[in-house]
Design a protein around this ligand. Structure first.
Ligand code: UDX
Ligand code: ADP
Length: 459
């Protein structure tokens, strides 16, 4: 099976960067990324590489190298499907917002639509690769739809979950810890393996059966999320006992069995994957009547929700039990640094909580646009858009956000916040000038000496 043309359905945070790197490293393969969203495709095609729809350090250089050579972004979905030897499905799989499994199960309607479209328009045999995170046994659904076209076209379905983290996507794609390929057909597996072998050492490419591959993706994210919830649960204990969570994390992280990564206490994990995949895992476990297993993983989400609420409550309590009419500056809105993605960001929930207490909020984030911030709040449907707009202002620099504020909260660990002119910020803020560091980003000792009242998670 020689692959000359690849199509990827879905030009989002996963499809866009992943296909850019595959094209960069395989100049002889034509890679076309398609999306129903015409604006998104136009954004991928624009000349100004600083305005690509996904912000990732290093992505602009990869796109500059491959776009127009063997990397194309298009809205012609059917044509791209027809021409492809291999099709990656990289569409969104949000948590269901209706019907059975509402709030827990993954909504597979976009995946199914893709499968049906592939079945409808394909006239030649193809390898279908699931890239999107999906529940175990989704490949069986895809295969079932594809096998009933009655056209005699052969499809092989592979699972190839993506482990890149946002903000470090290009580095993760260039130097992956491992590539996972699940499937049944050795030739199809080999064809996909060959694409990765263009830059990934073959011993880093793991092959498994389909179901192990699908489940491994959910389990990897569940374990990572569990580590964050574990250290976050300890952060509360640290605050109560006088221990320091960073010191505890460092002490336990030196144990090579535990390891030092992913032990940074925070205002809570966000992102498109952790909560969704945990919910999914819980849902799957319940559907097999494994309630003890489901409860165990559900607790990881509960601790995360608790951490966000706890942070908002700490702000209110510290500011004399009321934030009514007080201005609170938010530095950061993205779910982590170096991305413009806000999905499930802790900032959204902390803001919602404070707005319920009638606080006024001013937000500065280096990469997130005001429309996105209002969209995020609107999605919660706690207030009308007009109410949100009257209570929350979005600023284009941190000093304007802090001017006249009673308190300032760090929600995202953007590096630039460390180097702000904190003396200037202090003169602009109301006194006492409170700082609530939800990322343990700033030098608390220095800020305290400067006269701020400084609180950080886990201290
Ligand atoms: C995650 C997985 O890391 C990645 O392998 C998978 O493909 C997709 O999901 P991502 O959501 O992009 O990636 O970011 P990640 O770096 O994992 O961070 C997730 C959240 O956890 C962020 O909100 C981050 O701030 C938080 N986090 C992470 C912590 O609070 N503390 C930590 O120590 C690590
Ligand atoms: P992810 O983080 O998984 O990449 P995104 O939401 O960023 O998720 O991207 C998924 C993309 O898939 C969106 O741009 C959406 O428009 C696109 N998409 C969803 N369904 C289809 C479809 N049937 N055909 C083409 N594109 C689709």
């Amino acid at each position: 099976m020689e692959i000359k043309k690849i199509t990827c359905i879905g030009a989002g945070y996963v499809g866009g960067p992943t296909m850019s790197v595959i094209a960069q490293k395989n100049p002889d393969i034509q890679v076309t990324v398609v999306d129903l969203n015409a604006q998104r495709i136009a954004d991928w095609n624009q000349d100004d590489l600083s305005q690509l729809p996904v912000y990732e350090p290093g992505l602009d250089a990869v796109v500059a190298e491959a776009r127009g050579r063997n990397l194309f972004f298009s809205t012609e979905v059917e044509k791209a499907i027809q021409e492809a030897d291999m099709i990656f499905i990289s569409v969104n799989t949000p948590t269901k917002t209706y019907g059975k499994g509402k709030g827990q199960a993954a909504d597979l309607k976009f995946i199914e639509l893709c499968a049906r479209q592939i079945a409808d328009v394909s006239t030649s045999s193809k390898i279908i690769v699931e890239k999107s995170t999906i529940p175990v046994r989704t490949a069986a659904t895809i295969k079932n739809i594809l096998d009933h076209t009655g056209k005699g076209v052969q499809f092989q379905v592979l699972s190839n979950p993506e482990f890149l983290a946002e903000g470090t996507a290009i580095r993760d794609l260039h130097h992956p810890d491992r590539i996972l390929i699940g499937g049944e057909n050795p030739e199809a597996i080999q064809a996909l393996k060959k694409i990765y072998e263009a830059w990934v050492p073959s011993e880093r490419i793991i092959t498994t059966n389909l179901w192990s591959s699908e489940l491994s993706k959910l389990v990897a994210n569940a374990f990572l999320a569990q580590r964050v919830s574990s250290i976050n649960s300890i952060s509360e204990l640290c605050e109560a006992t006088g221990a320091n969570v960073d010191e505890v994390a460092n002490a336990i992280g030196q144990d090579s069995r535990i390891g030092s990564k992913f032990l940074k206490a925070s205002v809570g994990f966000g992102g498109s994957c952790f909560q969704k995949d945990l919910l999914n895992l819980v849902y799957i476990a319940r559907s097999y009547n494994l309630h003890a297993v489901a409860d165990y993983w559900d607790q990881v989400i509960k601790i995360n929700d608790h951490q966000k609420t706890r942070f908002a409550e700490k702000i209110i309590q510290t500011m004399y039990n009321t934030v009514n009419g007080k201005k609170i500056a938010f530095l950061g809105w993205a779910f982590k640094k170096d991305t413009n993605d806000t999905r499930e960001s802790a900032a959204i929930y902390v803001a919602d909580h404070l707005l319920e207490e009638q606080a006024e909020i001013s937000v500065y984030d280096p990469k997130v646009l005001d429309v996105q911030i209002y969209k995020d709040l609107d999605y919660l449907a706690t207030r009308t858009l007009e109410e949100n707009k009257s209570l929350l202002q979005v600023e284009t620099n941190p000093y304007d956000a802090a001017a006249g504020a009673h308190g300032l909260a760090i929600l995202t660990e953007w590096d630039e916040f460390k180097d702000l002119d904190w003396a200037k910020i202090k003169t602009q803020m109301k006194k006492p000038a409170f700082i609530f560091d939800g990322r343990k980003l700033l030098d608390g000792k220095k800020l305290t000496e400067m006269g701020f009242v400084y609180y950080a998670i886990g201290e």
